[in-house]
Design a protein around this ligand. Structure first.
Ligand code: UT7
Length: 337
């Protein structure tokens, strides 16, 4: 089989302009800035406009990533969108994004594995390139979770925000994909799920909509415990597969679900705070978008240098989890310095 390397050639992100602060939530719910800040690390999150579907914010992030890579949409061979908040149940949001980018006809599909979406997508996109199927793939994590939230339920309403992050992956002499570990356990889907949204259960009624029963349901404590355990375990497996240790990680880029989850995992991995990328204070939990948004911000801030090792790690509904060890090599298509 033809085998080549893969690298990330460009990254970008986009958040809608609407902002929902902790002070706003204090006016809507029985909660406080103090509780939200200490229990989650969140201060504000962005909210898409009613006429701004997921494909619209994915499009903006995609344009930013293409510009960062110095590529045109026409250079892409395939589009992948990781999302649980698609424009429609079908067709795939990636198909709509392809049309918006002016490249209808190119293969396009969605990955629906909640907050683990970018990690799974990175593994799939990298594999498609490494095996020679495609030369250049656009991977977007884009979510509008605020549309699925019940703003009367304080335990979930405070957590979620909207946003999109994108990466252009392309064939390369250097192979930046070091290793991956992915997992899923669907034995208790109701630990984190969207009721009345599919073929399980009775058809949705007007009363369900009125009572907002078709909104996110979560067992927060259970997901918290699972998250810390799985982030550590997945990281250790990915590191061992890559033949490296936690000392070799330059940057930890975790899914941004809760500052306490990130801190607990980082502490266990003995990662100093300054090597952990965190932006949860400004965006809340943006599900599949959180990792590429954090990556794009870290790149734009000039933090990432060629040769750096990034450990992406995430978890989410499924329950699902994953970690990818990645060599950063964006500036040229040459050899690792
Ligand atoms: O992408 C994956 C998605 N999900 C996650 O990663 C979520 C993981 N879980 C979490 O982040 C945390 O469990 C939460 C932030 C959701 C909750 O934090 P917690 O420290 O686990 O709080 P808790 O659920 O144990 O609740 C503690 C108390 C309860 O009151 P009582 O029963 O002790 O009187 C809650 O009713 O905090 C109360 N509470 C709130 N108080 C003020 C829950 N939400 C709020 C709120 N404001 N927004």
């Amino acid at each position: 089989m033809h085998q080549t390397g893969v690298r990330i050639a460009g990254v970008g992100h986009y958040v809608p302009t609407g902002v929902l602060t902790n002070a706003d939530l204090e006016r809507m719910l029985d909660t406080s800035d103090e509780w939200i800040t200490t229990r989650t690390g969140m201060k504000e999150r962005h909210v898409a406009a009613a006429d701004e579907p997921t494909s619209a914010i994915a499009y903006r992030a995609a344009l930013n990533a293409l510009a960062n890579a110095g590529r045109e949409a026409a250079d892409l061979d395939c589009l992948i969108v990781a999302t649980v908040t698609p424009d429609y149940a079908f067709p795939a949001t990636a198909c709509i994004l392809g049309a918006k980018l002016g490249i209808s006809g190119k293969p396009a599909f969605d990955i629906e594995i909640a907050c683990s979406g970018f990690i799974y997508g990175l593994t799939v996109a990298a594999s498609l390139i490494r095996t020679g199927v495609f030369k250049r793939v656009l991977l977007v994590g884009a979510e509008e979770l605020t549309r699925l939230v019940n703003y009367k339920d304080r335990s979930t309403a405070i957590l979620f925000g909207d946003g999109a992050g994108a990466a252009v992956l392309e064939a390369s002499d250097v192979d930046c994909f070091l290793a991956a570990e992915l997992g899923a356990d669907g034995s208790n889907p109701e630990n984190l799920y969207l009721p009345l949204s599919g073929t399980a259960g009775p058809p949705i009624t007007p009363d369900d909509v009125e009572q907002r029963r078709n909104t996110i349901v979560m067992n927060g404590r259970e997901v918290f415990r699972f998250a810390v355990t799985k982030m550590i375990a997945a990281t250790n497996v990915a590191l061992s597969r890559a033949g490296i240790t936690a000392d070799d990680i330059t940057w930890l880029i975790p899914h941004q679900a809760n500052r306490r989850i990130i801190d607990a995992a980082a502490k266990h991995l003995e990662m100093p705070t300054e090597r952990v990328i965190v932006n949860i204070d400004r965006y809340g939990n943006t599900s599949a978008a959180s990792i590429p948004m954090a990556l794009s911000e870290a790149s734009a801030a000039g933090k990432l240098k060629d040769g750096d090792v990034i450990l992406f790690v995430g978890f989410g509904a499924g329950l699902s989890w994953g970690a990818v060890a990645w060599r950063w090599h964006m500036s040229t298509n040459g050899k690792i310095p």
